[in-house]
Design a protein around this ligand. Structure first.
Ligand code: FMN
Length: 372
């Protein structure tokens, strides 16, 4: 599982792992892959600095990267990215707030304690917050900067390159991939419809070779629906220079989901138990299908608000659902590969399984090709 890109980055395997958890990111790098820490939840720069300090101590000097969320299409509301959190709060219709409360009440979800802050704020989507994260991150020896929702702004690409940091961006179509290439980024993450989190409408099997052709000779990482070594082999066969995995780490022993009930739900879920819904952020994102996503996707309801309104609208509700583990409503972004996430494993065990599966696939293909 070595490619030109993995060699360039100095990692043993061309397996890139996105995760919101520093312990998982460090374990991915230690296992021979390339750990990428998701920064969106770090709205306070000091918290990010603390966790990057921790990464420094626990990644054994091996390379790792950071992922930020700077939406290229500015917020889909008047005023765009210059809006403050208070401006966004003020734009949320009363009827939508009422719908949140009614849905929570229907399931008997208790309120947070007096003064208890909602754990999950959406302000990490705002450019000024993401820029604060970058100011912190560039003080650390990150080797890769990835951006979720479009090409990063030109000055960010230049700043990264000046510091010897490669820039990656996620793309859901060949057209997006081409735009990233034109913006001067170094790696395209072609993310298919099966993936957890924000996704487009094109499946990985179709998207990967299209993206490879669209941006050649830039390297493409295949993302979406990959959880086994056989799938890694398939992605590399389609021309990818590596794979980018997100969902599979959620049920590793190093992950910190803060909810045993959620881990149980993930382990039990089948590949048909996810939905691409706007319930979480206002943009279509694949996640576990729950009574919460059903409520937002129901044509009889008010429907989700555009980004970033929906994220702020539901932030406190999501914290309440998670804190009290209200099972029918409890969910998380996750992709269709959840159907194969059936036991808790360490990150190292995931890598052991990936390398074994990859060998099996190569042996099988060699036999089919008459080479073994
Ligand atoms: C819980 C979760 C959170 C995610 N959050 C982000 C994010 O903040 N930024 C990002 O670039 N991608 C995010 N993604 C998408 C991943 O980077 C990755 O592209 C995707 O998980 C790959 O598909 P897979 O889920 O089938 O492995 C997230 C995915 C999951 C499962």
């Amino acid at each position: 599982m070595q490619t030109e890109l993995s060699k360039q980055l100095g990692v043993e395997y061309a397996v890139f792992g996105f995760t919101p958890f520093p312990a998982v990111a460090a374990a991915i790098s230690r296992a021979g892959g390339f750990g990428v820490l998701g920064a969106v939840r770090y709205t306070a720069p000091d918290d990010l600095a603390r966790d990057l300090d921790w990464m420094q101590e626990h990644a054994d000097g091996l390379p790792y990267g950071l992922d930020v969320v700077m939406p290229a299409k500015r917020a889909e509301v008047p005023g765009g990215q210059s809006l403050t959190e208070a401006d966004v709060e003020a734009m949320i219709p009363a009827g939508h707030r009422q719908f949140v409360e009614e849905t929570l009440a229907k399931h008997g979800v208790p309120a947070l304690a007096e003064g208890e802050a909602s754990g999950w704020r959406i302000t990490g989507w705002m450019e000024q917050v993401a820029r604060g994260q970058l100011d912190v991150a560039f003080d650390y020896p990150i080797k890769l900067l990835a951006n979720a929702l479009g090409s990063p702004p030109a000055d960010v690409v230049t700043r990264a390159h000046d510091q010897g940091v490669l820039v990656a961006a996620l793309a859901g179509s060949a057209r997006h991939a081409r735009k990233h290439a034109d913006a001067g980024i170094d790696i395209v993450v072609a993310q298919g419809y099966e993936a957890g989190g924000h996704t487009g409408e094109i499946a990985s099997m179709v998207l990967t070779p299209e993206a490879v052709d669209a941006v050649a000779p830039l390297p493409v990482l295949a993302a979406g629906g990959i959880g086994s070594g056989e799938q890694v082999a398939a992605a590399l066969a389609l021309g990818a220079q590596g794979v980018w995995l997100g969902s599979v780490w959620l049920t590793t022993t190093e992950a910190d989901l803060h909810s045993a009930a959620l881990t149980r739900k993930l382990l039990a879920a089948g590949s048909g138990d996810t939905v691409r819904s706007r319930a979480l952020t206002g943009k279509p994102a694949r996640q576990l299908r729950t009574e919460w996503t059903d409520a937002w996707d129901d044509p009889a309801g008010p429907g989700a608000l555009p980004m970033p309104l929906q994220g702020l609208l539901v932030a406190e509700a999501v914290s309440r659902i998670q804190k009290y583990e209200v099972e029918p409503l409890l969910g998380t972004p996750v992709g269709q590969i959840v159907g194969r996430m059936n036991s808790e494993r360490s990150v190292q065990a995931v890598f052991d399984d990936l390398t074994r599966g990859f060998e099996r696939a190569i042996d099988r293909l060699n036999r089919i090709a008459g080479r073994a």
